[in-house]
Design a binder for this molecule. Structure first.
Ligand SMILES: [Zn+2]
Length: 415
């Protein structure tokens, strides 16, 4: 059901725009063999750490729900003490179960995350200190634990009030919450992790405004984030909805990139604004989340029945979390496939807007080298985890445009 909804949502929202073909090119024509080796060495183990994190992420809640007898049998300390499981205090306990399961997941994945971070430092990509990294980690863990605890409380209240009809209401709340986060996250949560400044007047701002005018896009605010405090990698993204809509550029992008490369990045981000990709992504999420809630409810009931847990007891939260992680893991490859298509469309739009495919190629080379990415990661890995087309495919699309415009220019010269 989860898969079906992901397939249906992707099919309905799938961008059907005609995109330039991807010319097959060799990575060795654009990157040195030494760099490709170094990137493979770095990203190979990073991918393995990423896959391990995902497995732990699913295994821990499943293990807790199915094999941890105290949760599984609903024999939590508080039920004997206060009778809370059946009684009024149960929702508080549900919050506790939610936060506890989540904290176990965070602690179990910490070694993998720490190893990945340490390797990023060794390769010069991460420049953040361990203390500062750990602080970010704690802050994120605390925010998410609180969020999950609140959702768990809500889930139990709804389960008790509405019985089997609880899930559409909960799904709607989830969608509403996600919308709120997309809308207000950029002005509330994001500033907790980094400093954002409005882009000052100058060459970059002029370029953004000029390209925005050319594309007829209202980009919203333009901000710079102090990414250099954490990484040498460069990036940019569009975020927010309505009045909080904005383009955010990494300061590393302003410092280390040429004007032509930067214009290419800006054009790509304007493409996302042009197609309202954030909204499209949100609709995708809303549809899949609603359908998945039914699947999560059914699966959680199967787990609960196996362990003799009442769906109105706080221990049901452990069952729900286990089912939800399975659903999320199943959705991930579909969400990523959808994202790759949306990103390819943004690339095509940027190529059309700047009419400088050679700059797009230069940018892709620099981004790949800067981020120590593999130009051509293993196909299976890209299929499951890739949120963007591979560097070599992005270059391939620019090569197609370059050949087409080159051909047009040539015919023009003939006449
Ligand atoms: Zn993008």
């Amino acid at each position: 059901m989860v898969l079906l909804s992901a397939v249906v949502a992707s099919f309905v929202l799938w961008p059907r725009d005609e995109l330039p073909a991807v010319t097959p090119v060799s990575q060795f024509d654009y990157f040195t063999a030494a760099f490709i080796d170094r990137a493979s060495e770095f990203r190979g183990l990073q991918s393995l750490l990423g896959v391990s994190t995902l497995l732990v992420l699913v295994a821990v809640p499943l293990g807790l729900a199915l094999f941890w007898p105290r949760v599984a049998n609903g024999r939590l300390w508080a039920d004997r003490r206060t009778g809370a499981i059946a009684g009024r205090g149960g929702w508080l306990l549900a919050g506790g179960v939610g936060a506890a399961v989540y904290l176990c997941v965070m602690l179990a994945t910490l070694p993998f995350n720490l190893a990945a971070f340490a390797r990023s430092r060794n390769y010069g990509l991460a420049v953040q200190g361990f203390g500062s990294w750990l602080w970010d980690w704690l802050l994120a863990a605390a925010l998410l634990a609180i969020g999950i605890a609140l959702l768990a409380m809500l889930a139990l209240v709804l389960l008790r009030r509405l019985g089997k009809r609880w899930w559409p209401v909960f799904g709607a709340c989830l969608v509403l919450l996600a919308g709120t986060i997309v809308m207000f996250g950029p002005v509330t949560v994001a500033p907790l992790f980094a400093d954002f400044e409005s882009l000052p007047a100058g060459e970059v701002r002029t370029d953004v405004e000029e390209l925005a005018r050319k594309s007829g896009v209202d980009a919203g605010g333009i901000y710079v984030v102090d990414a250099a405090a954490r990484t040498t990698g460069a990036n940019a993204y569009v975020t927010g909805l309505g009045s909080t809509k904005r383009i955010v550029l990494y300061d590393t992008l302003l410092n280390d990139f040429s004007r032509e490369e930067r214009r290419q990045v800006i054009a790509h981000e304007l493409a996302h604004a042009h197609y309202d990709d954030l909204l499209v992504g949100f609709v995708w999420f809303a549809f899949v989340a609603m359908a998945s809630m039914l699947a999560v409810d059914l699966l959680a009931r199967v787990f609960a029945a196996r362990r003799g847990v009442e769906m109105t007891s706080p221990a049901a939260i452990a069952m729900l979390l286990a089912a939800a992680t399975v659903a999320i893991a199943l959705c991930q490859p579909f969400a990523n496939a959808f994202s790759r298509k949306v990103e390819a469309r943004a690339d095509a739009y940027a190529l059309q807007l700047t009419e400088r495919p050679e700059d797009a190629i230069a940018l892709e080379r620099r981004l790949t080298v800067n981020n120590v990415s593999r130009p051509k990661p293993p196909a299976l890995l890209n299929l499951v985890f890739g949120t963007h087309p591979t560097a070599i495919d992005r270059i391939g699309m620019a090569v197609t445009v370059e050949r087409e415009t080159g051909a047009t220019a040539a015919t023009g010269a003939d006449r």
